[in-house]
Design a protein around this ligand. Structure first.
Ligand SMILES: [Zn+2]
Length: 310
């Protein structure tokens, strides 16, 4: 087993509630996966990551001494493997040298990347509807979770931006009369097209609000249809912003809300078609036709984190 371990790579997706790890083989196939509830705080995050790697070593029976890629929310300095402003993980204040801590404890090389950027790299390996896989990766990954943000893989390269802010389209203001956003601006895309915006518009007592909303709309509830269509139009606005700024080959919907799968893609594609009705220019771009959704339960961010070290 040791002879093949150099070709195995580990990816960790550290989230606010859980940390998911995968082991990828040479061909990019998932050899093993493991998950643990994330302990909050700097120490907790490091300890949880250590436990997931131990789980993966047990599951594969392999020392897994190859490099480790980590995707984590917040502001990430990939050069230093450090993270800050990961507020939902209880990691705030000074830079946390996560890569250094993990490398010390696990004895492997560690690279750290922002989770949405990692997921964009993971989405690039999916190439779901594109038979011309030999073409260079070119996509925008739109993460619809608690917030709204995009990761950009353009001409085969991850675009982080000068300040790591590339793809932060959740904070593009679109409505001067809209609600206040946590970023300090007003009427940002995130206030309309995010998991928290959807939960506020369609509050439920149990289960994911997105599922409840889409189920009610599918059953013909007129108020649900209106709320769903307004949400889908907001996501479509985000897709339009991406299409008109970087014109990627595909836009891949991911994040918690994208667990809805095809019904979400269809609702957003319908909204894009409606928006393009009065504009031959927009219609000619066929943004609806370029829309994909991450298959539900595919660990796109963990896979992408493993791709970071390749
Ligand atoms: Zn904002």
């Amino acid at each position: 087993m040791g002879a093949v371990s150099g070709r195995l790579t580990i990816g960790l997706d550290i989230g606010a509630t859980k940390t998911l790890g995968v082991v990828l083989d040479d061909a990019g196939g998932i050899r093993a996966s493991a998950r643990e509830a994330t302990e909050p705080g700097a120490r907790g995050v490091v300890a949880t990551a250590e436990r997931v790697v131990a789980d993966l070593r047990t599951a594969t029976g392999d020392p897994l001494d190859g490099p480790l890629g980590v995707g984590i929310p917040g502001l990430v300095d990939p050069e230093r493997g450090a993270v800050m402003h990961a507020v939902n993980l209880g990691v705030d204040g000074d830079w946390l040298p996560l890569g250094e801590h993990l490398a010390e404890r696990l004895g492997v090389r560690v690279l750290v990347e922002n989770d949405v950027n990692a997921a964009a790299l993971g989405a690039a390996t999916l190439d779901p509807l594109d038979p011309l896989a030999s073409r260079v990766d070119d996509l925008a990954y739109l993460s619809i979770g608690t917030g709204l943000a995009a990761g950009l893989v353009l001409d085969g390269r991850l675009r982080r931006g000068e300040h790591g802010a590339a793809g932060e389209i959740g904070h593009v203001p679109v409505d001067p009369t809209g609600v206040a956003c946590q970023c300090g601006q007003r009427g940002c895309l995130e206030t309309v097209a995010s998991g928290s915006a959807l939960a506020a518009a369609w509050p439920v007592t149990e289960g994911p609000p997105a599922v409840a909303l889409f189920d009610a709309a599918a059953a013909g509830d007129r108020r649900a249809i209106a709320v769903r269509d307004r949400f889908a139009a907001g996501v479509a606005d985000a897709v339009r912003v991406l299409g008109l700024t970087v014109d990627p080959r595909t836009v891949v919907l991911g994040g918690g809300v994208a667990q809805l799968g095809e019904p979400l893609r269809e609702a957003v594609a319908d909204a894009l078609r409606r928006q393009a009705k009065g504009s031959p220019f927009l219609a000619s771009l066929d943004l609806a036709g370029r829309l994909r959704v991450v298959p539900s339960d595919y660990p796109v961010a963990a896979v992408g984190a493993a791709m970071v070290v390749r």
